[in-house]
Design a protein around this ligand. Structure first.
Ligand SMILES: NC(=O)c1ccc[n+]([C@@H]2O[C@H](COP(=O)([O-])OP(=O)(O)OC[C@H]3O[C@@H](n4cnc5c(N)ncnc54)[C@H](OP(=O)(O)O)[C@@H]3O)[C@@H](O)[C@H]2O)c1
Length: 247
């Protein structure tokens, strides 16, 4: 299936900067009726709300805070395009004495998205239609040695994305995994590689949603992962679907 951006009501986490902010701007440029823009500090959304009036609704949301997640889902019950973009990255050595950053990566990237899924899917089921879009990473498909525990957390998020797609199959809810390579944001500031712009990545994500894609590879580096993904991971996902269908 596919969802049109024009006249859509969307929800974006981590909307204050980086890829999330670019997604909000792109949604508005492409005719979204309303965007719930969520951030830990909603003051950082004031300029967007001023520029776009009622079309931008700032929401206070730390995805690790279950009461804020529940409140966000209640406030934005009419949103049918849910973009789970919030994420953190560290470059923790797996043999370090301090694994708190690694735990934080799982808290935000995996558990935060799971809380969001549990809170927002009932709204989509009520609407009978919707898209759940998880911003994963190519680091969720193979482990990058410069940020091994981030890759672990994104592999868990990738698995959550595939799992949600299995479970929600036939409900009218699309589950879309987004797999960026390096993008020009604070998160990637120490990566010494050519990086895609946030605007290009945001537009590619919205193109993917409109085309009905189950995966979006957002940039040149990411596109190099697409064919191996389809031959490997996706073939296994289809195989699992067939096994489930046969009981
Ligand atoms: N940049 C890349 O190269 C790249 C590549 C692949 C995937 N990604 C993914 O793309 C997504 C966006 O990243 P980005 O590059 O735009 O990074 P970014 O500029 O560092 O932005 C991260 C966003 O996530 C928010 N966030 C962090 N922890 C949060 C929490 N507990 N609850 C709610 N929001 C939280 C941040 O809010 P604060 O301002 O409050 O911290 C910020 O808005 C992430 O999921 C990231 O893993 C990025």
């Amino acid at each position: 299936m596919s969802q049109s951006i024009q006249n859509s009501v969307a929800f974006v986490s981590g909307a204050n900067r980086g890829i999330g902010r670019a997604i909000v701007e792109s949604l508005l440029t492409r005719g979204a009726a309303k965007v719930y823009a969520a951030a830990r500090n909603p003051d950082a959304l004031a300029d967007l709300a001023t520029a776009h009036g009622d079309k931008v609704v700032p929401i206070t949301l730390d995805v690790t805070d279950k009461s804020q997640v529940t409140a966000a889902a209640s406030t934005s019950a009419d949103a049918t395009l849910i973009i789970n973009n919030a994420g953190v990255a560290a470059n923790t050595d797996i043999f370090s004495d301090d694994l708190s950053d690694a735990e934080r990566e799982f808290e935000v990237n995996y558990w935060g998205t799971l809380h969001m899924t549990r809170a927002f899917v009932p709204n989509l089921k009520t609407a009978g239609i919707g898209s759940l879009v998880n911003v994963v990473s190519i680091a969720g498909l193979t482990n990058f040695p410069m940020f091994p525990t981030y890759s672990d957390s994104k592999a868990a998020l990738h698995s959550l994305t595939v799992g949600a797609r299995h479970v929600l199959s036939g409900t009218g809810i699309d589950v879309i995994g987004v797999y960026p390579g390096p993008v020009e944001t604070d998160m990637a500031k120490n990566i010494d590689m050519p990086k895609a712009s946030t605007a290009d990545v945001a537009n590619t994500i919205l193109d993917g949603i409109e085309s009905g894609a189950e995966e979006v590879f957002t940039d040149e580096v990411a596109k190099g992962f697409e064919a191996p993904y389809v031959a490997g991971h996706k073939a296994l996902e289809f195989g699992t679907r067939e096994m489930m269908a046969q009981g």
